[in-house]
Design a protein around this ligand. Structure first.
Ligand code: ADP
Ligand code: MG
Length: 394
């Protein structure tokens, strides 16, 4: 541990990350700002984080030599995406501090284990059934329909999900998904979606970022808004308490994002659920927390560095209302095929715009290329700027 804090001394102190996507890149930037060196393990030669790190170990996530090399150069290791094999984290943990733990990541990797964890922590989630066999399929409670069938593993951005209305559609969807382990969730009437980012240290201290209100389109996050008055205070309080108890329940160390559904309580399908249900958790910083980079005095990536290095956690303070717009490949003219890009100059001419691009060279539909944070003196100003930016970006 003292090794980790030998910053500014004569030796390099390196923090390692499994995965080289944009979350790893922004973690590396935050770590480098504090004088850390960074190491990334990712097989892709062009990974956003690999390209900007001091070490890029270009192997598969399970490659023993790659993992050994990462452990050799790193004082401590974190992860940036949840599909990193939990065993790889457990292997690294033999020789180096690893946060979050492989055990916590393993729960978040499996929707069935994740929901069981929520239930254990006393936080309600959508009514659901685990479907691993034809018998379980046949025995599904009709009350769960209409519902969403989700693969238990490897889903993201709405992938691996099918909406089903009848038992026949459910059976067909399960077959289409290859008969793999799934959960069927009751389709809930959503009033809105929100998420909470917490950071928890090994001594149990836990802080949170202000609660994010999120808008998804086709299962992908498109807009996050965070400002006073955006959500009822009682709801914010409940969501933060639920996220903290979910973190505590796995002795979590690191940054955790917990996503929630706020239900439309006038709808009969909401009956008995209490208005707020947890959707899922991500054992890492999250797209919905990107606003913190420009609107808070400590960002979610700063928190990741602090939890990994055993540095003190302080409650972050938001100093500006914020709106984050995701920049998906869709807004590149002709999806980037003929080299055109959005009109960045027009966007940056608006006051309070902060452009973050991830260094990805090929725009594709639905691909997260960057995000635009918008800050300002007042909510009205931020909203007006966001509308104008959205108009420019199309
Ligand atoms: P992913 O892992 O791909 O983010 P989610 O389970 O978070 O998948 O689902 C993506 C989106 O689909 C959610 O943000 C929400 O808008 C919608 N959704 C998912 N489950 C339900 C549900 N049970 N009822 C209503 N909408 C849902
Ligand atoms: Mg989600």
């Amino acid at each position: 541990k003292s090794d980790i804090l030998a910053l500014g001394g004569p030796k390099e102190v390196t923090l390692g990350v499994m995965g080289g996507g944009q979350l790893g890149r922004m973690f590396a930037h935050a770590a480098q700002q504090m004088g850390f060196f960074t190491a990334v393990l990712d097989p892709d030669a062009n990974s956003p984080a690999g390209r900007i790190s001091h070490h890029h170990i270009q192997t598969e996530y399970t490659d023993p030599a790659g993992l050994a090399r990462l452990a050799e150069v790193s004082a401590a290791i974190t992860t940036e995406f949840e599909n990193v094999p939990a065993q790889a984290l457990q292997q690294l943990a033999h020789t180096r501090p690893v946060a979050p733990s492989g055990a916590a990541v393993a729960i978040a990797q499996d929707r069935a284990a994740e929901k069981a964890h929520f239930v254990k922590c006393g936080v309600p989630c959508a009514p659901y059934a685990v479907i691993e066999t034809a018998q379980q399929l046949a025995a599904v409670d009709a009350n769960l329909l209409p519902g969403i069938l989700k693969t238990a593993r490897m889903g993201y951005d709405g992938k691996g999900q099918v909406r089903v209305k009848t038992p026949a559609e459910l059976a067909a969807a399960w077959a289409d998904l290859g008969g793999v382990s799934c959960v069927l969730e009751k389709m809930l009437p959503l009033a809105l979606e929100c998420s909470v980012i917490v950071a928890r240290a090994s001594d149990g201290s836990c802080v949170n970022l202000p609660v994010q209100r999120n808008l998804h389109r086709d299962g992908i996050l498109v807009v996050t808004e965070v400002y006073e008055g955006n959500l009822p205070p009682a709801l914010v309080e409940r969501a933060v308490a639920a996220a903290k108890s979910i973190a505590k329940g796995v002795q979590y160390v690191g940054v955790l994002c917990v996503e929630f559904f706020v239900l439309d309580e006038s709808h009969p399908a909401s009956a008995g659920l209490g208005g707020l249900v947890v959707n899922e958790m991500a054992p890492r910083p999250h797209n919905s927390g990107h606003y913190s980079m420009d609107a808070c005095d400590v960002s979610q990536f700063d928190l990741q560095v602090r939890t990994l290095a055993g540095l003190p956690l302080v409650q972050p303070r938001q100093h500006s209302p914020a709106i984050m717009l995701n920049l998906l490949g869709d807004i590149w003219p002709n999806e980037g095929r003929d080299g055109g890009v959005p009109d960045w100059a027009a966007v940056l001419a608006l006051p309070g715009t902060h452009l973050h691009l991830y260094g990805k060279l090929d725009a594709k539909k639905g691909r997260k290329m960057g995000h635009l944070n918008i800050t300002g003196a007042t909510v009205a100003q931020v909203r007006a700027t966001a509308l104008e930016a959205a108009r420019i970006l199309g």
